[in-house]
Design a protein around this ligand. Structure first.
Ligand SMILES: [Zn+2]
Length: 52
């Protein structure tokens, strides 16, 4: 695992579980599901057990 946590790519739509996701809008971390047309955003919150 060499992920920095800055780049999170969803593999499945959290609403309909389809895999047809494309980046949405200008902001990083926003994705559009082309199957159900929902747009959602991912946010990195932190690491478990690591106080921020
Ligand atoms: Zn969907």
């Amino acid at each position: 695992m060499s992920e920095s946590g800055q780049r999170a790519v969803p593999y499945y739509c959290p609403f309909c579980a389809d895999e047809d996701l494309v980046p949405a809008g200008e902001k990083h971390g926003e994705w559009e599901c082309r199957s159900c047309a929902r747009v959602f955003a991912l946010r990195f919150v932190g690491l478990k057990g690591v106080p921020s």
